[in-house]
Design a protein around this ligand. Structure first.
Ligand SMILES: NC(=O)c1ccc[n+]([C@@H]2O[C@H](COP(=O)([O-])OP(=O)(O)OC[C@H]3O[C@@H](n4cnc5c(N)ncnc54)[C@H](O)[C@@H]3O)[C@@H](O)[C@H]2O)c1
Length: 341
């Protein structure tokens, strides 16, 4: 695509130079010839580029379709050092337990020290390897200090799971500026601070995997969680941007990115979920959500919507006109109701 654009630009510049030369050297043959040769050359390049693009698009589409039918083998996480934020509760805790069972060394971070230590103790009791660190991921200093301790005591991590998140549920006008700042500090800025610490390590090692918890609310916004939705859209933007930057010029082929968009998970985060068709889009258990996330990590998927039905509905609805989308959302009547804490 980029090569195509550059070629088109080159072509236009060449035409411009040719026309200027033509203006100035009406009676002079050699510059005119050079101009014509360059235009022909650039045009041939452009045609080749375009044909190449069409073939690549067809091949990659077929490859993607084939991968749905026959998924590639899952990568092993044995020996990987996985850092998980918000490991003391909910999805983070379940990810820690399941990844440890698969043979990964798990580094658990949470602001809630007691819960975090419980996750670590449970993993160790099962014979897994886990290390616990109290960390407020909204604090750059705390993230830096804890990351240095991890480097010293455990080693360089190879998988980063930015999971910690909060979700106050109330109408937008009831959110105080402090609420909004806190949501962005935990749900968005913490991702930046962790990435600032560990992405350079991944780049130096030439490998690594970044996993970020967005939400279905990061794809389809809903009421009572406006700042939350905005924060989860931001996570998606952060991840998409990083994917583009890291792959530019084929520079970091072995650094993988997975952005996760779960529907409601039964962790207590969404205290009053409103679901009209629970058989179509059921509330997930943290166990099921963690299984699906780990599978996406092992398959190195760049984006995963959980459950699969949510992915299917989203895929169909997003191509519909905006007013039809709204009608569909009204019909589904799915979201979260306001609650106090
Ligand atoms: N539960 C859902 O329905 C659902 C749906 C979609 C996306 N998600 C996302 O999944 C992630 C995990 O959600 P969950 O349901 O497991 O939440 P949870 O409340 O069960 O667990 C979140 C954990 O993050 C920790 N945490 C909060 N602030 C922190 C901070 N400043 N520093 C360090 N740790 C902090 C908490 O102590 C807690 O242990 C969140 O990012 C959430 O937005 C959840």
């Amino acid at each position: 695509m980029t090569v195509g654009l550059i070629t088109v630009t080159n072509c236009l510049i060449t035409v411009y130079i040719f026309l200027r030369l033509k203006e100035r050297t009406v009676h002079c043959q050699p510059p005119k010839m050079i101009g014509i040769i360059m235009i022909v050359y650039q045009s041939i390049l452009l045609v080749f580029d375009f044909v190449n693009l069409v073939f690549r698009a067809i091949l990659l589409t077929l490859q993607a379709a084939w991968r749905i039918v026959v998924p590639p083998p899952k990568k092993s996480v044995v020996g990987e050092i996985v850092l998980i934020t918000g490991a003391g509760h909910g999805i983070g805790r379940e990810l820690s337990l399941q990844l440890a069972r698969l043979g990964a060394k798990v580094v658990c971070l949470d602001i809630d020290e007691a819960n975090n230590q419980k996750t670590v103790a449970d993993i160790c009791r099962e014979g897994g390897a886990a290390y616990g660190y109290k960390c407020d991921v909204t604090s750059r200093d705390n993230v830096r200090t804890v990351s240095n301790e991890i480097r010293e005591n455990v080693g360089e991590i190879t998988i980063l799971v930015n999971n910690a998140g909060i979700m106050p549920c109330k109408p937008f006008i009831k959110h105080t500026p402090e609420d909004i700042e806190k949501i962005f500090k935990v749900n968005v800025f913490a991702h930046f601070w962790m990435l600032k610490e560990w992405l350079p390590t991944f780049m130096a090692m030439g490998r690594g995997h970044v996993v970020a918890m967005s939400s279905l609310a990061g794809l389809v916004a809903t009421s009572n969680v406006v700042p939350y939705c905005a924060s989860k859209y931001a996570v998606r933007g952060l991840m998409d941007g990083l994917v583009e930057e890291m792959r530019y010029g084929g520079r970091n082929p072995n650094i993988k990115f997975t952005c996760v968009h779960p529907f409601v998970v039964d962790t207590g985060l969404a205290k009053k979920p409103r679901i009209r068709f629970p058989s179509v889009t059921p509330v997930l258990t943290p166990e099921t959500a963690a299984e699906a996330i780990i599978s996406a990590i092992q398959l190195e998927k760049s984006e995963v919507l959980i459950p699969f039905q949510a992915a299917l509905i989203h895929f169909i609805v997003r191509f519909l006109p905006r007013e039809v989308q709204k009608a569909f959302l009204d019909f589904m009547d799915t979201g979260v109701d306001e609650h106090d804490s």
